[in-house]
Design a protein around this ligand. Structure first.
Ligand SMILES: Cc1cc2nc3c(=O)[nH]c(=O)nc-3n(C[C@H](O)[C@H](O)[C@H](O)COP(=O)(O)OP(=O)(O)OC[C@H]3O[C@@H](n4cnc5c(N)ncnc54)[C@H](O)[C@@H]3O)c2cc1C
Ligand SMILES: *[C@@H]1O[C@H](CO)[C@@H](O)[C@H](O)[C@H]1NC(C)=O
Ligand SMILES: *[C@@H]1O[C@H](CO)[C@@H](O)[C@H](O)[C@H]1NC(C)=O
Ligand SMILES: *[C@@H]1O[C@H](CO)[C@@H](O)[C@H](O)[C@H]1NC(C)=O
Ligand SMILES: *[C@@H]1O[C@H](CO)[C@@H](O)[C@H](O)[C@H]1NC(C)=O
Length: 519
């Protein structure tokens, strides 16, 4: 159904192996000194050099080629103890490193000229039926998590595509089909096992290190490397029918304005039926004939066409409609037009009040961007050799409320809901294309599109200035947008658990705590 993610979705199959990890680089002659130090520390069996097949397979496993930079070596820990050894070794050697989850998209670069530690071998999920808690290793993909949980009749707040990795998803928020009923994915983590900068393996939960627990819920790789997530699971109301309803609707391009109005209405009422979700995107998808308007609808308790989606059904001319009531394991497999190998991606994430004017403006700016991109990248047939997504998702207040009830996080969503006094819309501008040179040339077009939307929303007084970390692109600075309160908590936790700022100074990848190094 594809709607859950991108029109470009996937290549997930290959992405499945090597999930979380670290990448590092060190001093002069780093490939020698840093990588050898890891070998000397007893990790020889898990250090992989560029002259090995595993190294290249791991690079090829990226969903987006833009993120696949070449580190000096990779290290694949198998246990929390291995991770601890890696951290103490790279810290002692002043070796820059990167933390890598399943590497789903473009991230702030920095994996090149570094050591990469990847927790892909740490991909197990175990379920405790007494506590209802799933213990998930960071290198797992949601597909395998859902498969492990299915026989127990439970599900979890995970990715809407099975190919998404656990490590990044849960440390960067995590928008799932269950967001309106259970908050973000991170809100459902009851305990993190994490290796902090001094190499110690500690737990962070409501009782032990609670400040770290809160800061890890949105703090990404800034506090340590999580080696296990203990996640609350969700029972289906009818155990005999552990199924989810999903529907994919493709509208005629003439339906645009009507569908946006329907989404505004849906978002305003999303707290009334917290089991129903929707994702809407406008896109340029050559394989689907060019301009598309796609809508994904889901109901987490398996109710087909619940009343909450009635407005969408009469919003405009529907071209195709395809519904199913299936286990989660099936739903997250059925992704739309696959993103062929070698695609590169540009992402920009924004948010604003639930306001049809901004959404309509965003789609107009999208059209302008598509026209420019078609000139730049016409392709053999002149239809444009690229795909875009101009996507909108509901940010009803109830999502933030569930987060607060579960102990709070550092996402900043509650801050923006409070400040705006409004439900919101999560916006994503995305481009998928081939070629590093093309990517460079296309960047200004996507940047201008996102900037126009941001300025328009701000001028109307409905802009949030929030960037959702998991959707933020390489040029963005999401942790600068979480509001003073969350940022204060994040900085305080970083000061306490990483006083030498290892994860700011030596971590070569991922989003950082803004203006922190200079404090
Ligand atoms: C096809 C597709 C579908 C998606 N669907 C959704 C969706 O439904 N909902 C949603 O919210 N997002 C979605 N996303 C975005 C996704 O959540 C992010 O790309 C996320 O970063 C993926 O996590 P990862 O582990 O795969 O990524 P990676 O790129 O490997 O990791 C991202 C960052 O997370 C941090 N990190 C990773 N592992 C750890 C760890 N063990 N400890 C500490 N820090 C760590 C690191 O800083 C790293 O730089 C989707 C993306 C794609 C490409
Ligand atoms: C690969 O490179 C490493 C580091 O330079 C070296 O130690 C190792 O012997 C090489 N392996 C092969 C098979 O060439
Ligand atoms: C987990 O990792 C191992 C070792 O890399 C791999 O063989 C296995 O297929 C992975 N399992 C899943 C479900 O991805
Ligand atoms: C949502 O699901 C819960 C059970 O998971 C149920 O109690 C509730 O009534 C459902 N809400 C609606 C509007 O269907
Ligand atoms: C798009 O670009 C890729 C990579 O350069 C190429 O293989 C493919 O044939 C192109 N497709 C079209 C329709 O131009």
């Amino acid at each position: 159904m594809g709607i859950f993610t991108a029109p470009l979705v996937t290549l997930a199959v290959a992405a499945a192996f090597y999930a979380t990890g670290i990448e590092a680089k060190c001093g002069p002659w780093p490939e020698v000194s840093c990588c050898r130090k890891l070998v000397a520390a007893g990790l020889g069996h898990s250090v992989v050099f560029p002259n090995e097949t595993t190294y290249h397979m791991s690079l090829e496993s990226y969903w987006s080629t833009s993120a696949a930079l070449s580190p000096w070596c990779m290290v694949f820990p198998s246990t929390a103890e291995d991770v601890s050894t890696i951290i103490t070794t790279v810290v002692a050697g002043h070796c820059p490193f990167g933390v890598k989850g399943a590497a789903k998209k473009e991230e702030k670069s920095g994996f090149a000229n570094s050591i990469s530690s990847r927790t892909g071998n740490m991909n197990e999920t175990t379920y405790n039926s007494k506590t209802g808690i799933a213990s998930i290793q960071p290198g797992a993909h949601w597909q395998s998590v859902y498969e492990t949980l299915a026989p127990h009749g439970v599900v979890a707040t995970g990715g809407r595509a099975g190919s998404v990795g656990v490590g990044g998803f849960l440390t960067g928020g995590g928008n799932s089909f269950h967001s309106a009923s259970h908050g973000l994915g991170c809100d459902n983590v009851v305990n993190f096992e994490v290796v902090i900068a001094d190499g110690s393996i500690i737990n962070a939960n409501a009782e032990q290190n609670p400040d770290l627990w809160v800061a890890l819920k949105g703090g990404s790789g800034n506090l340590g490397l999580v080696t296990r997530f203990d996640l609350s699971t969700i029972k289906y109301p009818n155990p005999a029918k552990p199924e989810i309803w999903g529907k994919f609707i493709s509208y005629d391009p003439s339906a645009g304005g009507g569908v946006i109005d329907a989404m505004v209405d849906f978002t305003d009422k999303a707290h009334l039926d917290q089991n129903t979700t929707s994702i809407l995107y406008f896109g340029h998808v050559p394989a689907a004939g060019g301009k598309v308007i796609h809508l994904g609808l889901e109901n987490t308790i398996g109710v087909a066409d619940p009343p909450a989606v009635a407005g969408y059904r009469k919003a405009g001319k529907i071209l195709t409609e395809n519904g199913m009531v299936v286990p989660m394991t099936e739903l997250v497999k059925s992704e739309g037009p696959a993103q062929p190998a070698g695609h590169r991606n540009i992402w920009f994430s924004l948010a604003f009040n639930n306001d049809a004017r901004v959404m309509k403006f965003a789609t107009e700016q999208h059209e302008i961007a598509v026209t420019k991109l078609t000139k730049l990248l016409p392709g053999d047939d002149g239809n444009g050799n690229f795909t875009t997504m101009c996507a909108f998702q509901p940010l009803n207040r109830v999502i933030a409320d569930h987060g607060i009830q579960r102990g709070g996080n550092v996402m900043g969503l509650d801050y923006w809901i409070q400040k705006s006094g409004s439900h919101g819309v999560l916006f994503l501008a995305e481009l998928g294309l081939h070629g590093a040179e093309n990517e460079k040339k296309a960047y200004p077009i996507v940047r201008a599109w996102a900037a126009a939307v941001e300025a328009y929303a701000r001028d109307l007084g409905v802009g949030w200035g929030w960037q959702y970390l998991n959707y933020a692109g390489a040029e963005q600075d999401p942790l600068a947008t979480i509001g003073p309160h969350a940022l204060g908590k994040l900085r305080a936790a970083a000061n306490k658990y990483d006083p030498d700022r290892v994860f700011q100074r030596l971590r070569a990848s991922g989003f950082k705590i803004p203006e922190y190094e200079r404090l």
